[in-house]
Ligand binder design. Sequence first.
Ligand SMILES: O=C(O)C1=C[C@@H](OP(=O)(O)O)[C@@H](O)[C@H](O)C1
Ligand SMILES: C=C(OP(=O)(O)O)C(=O)O
Length: 428
Amino acid sequence: MEQLTLKPIARIDGTVNVPGSKSLSNRALLLAALASGETTLTNLLDSDDIRHMLAALKQLGVDYQLSEDKTRCTVTGLGGAFKVSTPQSLFLGNAGTAMRPLCAALAASVGEFELTGEPRMEERPIGALVDALHQAGAQIDYLKNDAYPPLKIAGQGLKGGHIQVDGSVSSQFLTAVLMAAPLFEDTTEIEIVGELVSKPYIDITLDTMAKFGVQVNNHDYQRFEISGGQTYRSPGQFLVEGDASSASYFLAAGAIKGGTVKVTGIGSDSIQGDKDFALVLEKMGAEIQWGPDYIQVTGAPLKAVDMDMNHIPDAAMTIGTAALFAEGKTAIRNIYNWRVKETDRLAAMAAELRKVGAEVIEGEDFIEITPPEAIKHAAIDTYNDHRIAMCFSLVALSDTAVTINDPGCTAKTFPDYFERLKTICHER
Ligand SMILES: O=C(O)C1=C[C@@H](OP(=O)(O)O)[C@@H](O)[C@H](O)C1
Ligand SMILES: C=C(OP(=O)(O)O)C(=O)O
């Protein structure tokens, strides 16, 4: 196994640009494929999750031209749902933003499809989405375990109507139904049951749909109405914002180490909820400046916070390691669904934080972290979870080195993370 040891970093300072947003790249690619007209996406993320979406679209007969650096893509839209005459088996890795939205879009399309993924994907729930699509008339079967991929979809178009969606495990189920609903025959009324988690991701979905010409009536995130029989319309150009979750590591580095870090590509104009990670750093004591397309942080001694972070589930992991540098006990609450992501992130964060010496309490849906007096060197297991690798790189901001096992796992969303981190690290 490959390992990367990061020596203690003396100083953090500089400007760093983040690559395109995973959430926006995969949404925009799918809607560009379904839309009428040609869409040129710029600042597209080049990472595993996007590669899986692109490969799936190709198999589904979508024409696109990808630039050599893979950040610019011109998609010729189908002007409606997918239609394939031979059965297609699509491998979607561990990309939730490919698996869930494609499941709904393909159920509303015509053809036979199998959706498969990495072993971990077979442990990530999809039952709430399949149940919702069954209510709209879908034929979807589980090929291995009930409520988990792989799936077999007999696509024949969908009727729509009144659909209940359980939003309590993942917002991606609602996102998937929302994005497919314009393709349904009738008007769809979605009713949310259970408490909707990761709510800001729904704003990303609604905003992207609006850019592709579809309006959704949103009744306080409890009920949504979407007219059926619609065709998405290409906006011509679609600029993908920088990834706000990817920004969290650099912002935290500045906050922890007392330097000034400007992250460009996201800012106050961003639609991504994870930009609010900066507000958590501010609450911890850092100074934040906002521009329309940048966030700048200047570090100061950090103090612990006790917060519900359901609205920023991905960036919240970065608070988990920032807590090592904060005075007092940090509590991250209402994050049950960390358990059903790339790995059981509650268990993994607890185990790895303990390795560097922190005192950790792992609850069913929360984690409490008390920093050690002195951080210990450890080889951090990353569980094939990009975010564990990236957030534990921050341990090197202490006086102690950190070793990251399998650093290549950042390829899911941020292949050159460690190189970009280096650009703001200084020896003196
Ligand atoms: O819709 C999206 O783009 C995402 C939603 C979130 O998932 P959940 O809704 O499952 O929390 C987030 O963790 C994931 O990285 C991306
Ligand atoms: C949860 C994540 O990914 P996915 O889109 O596969 O759900 C993530 O990127 O942290």
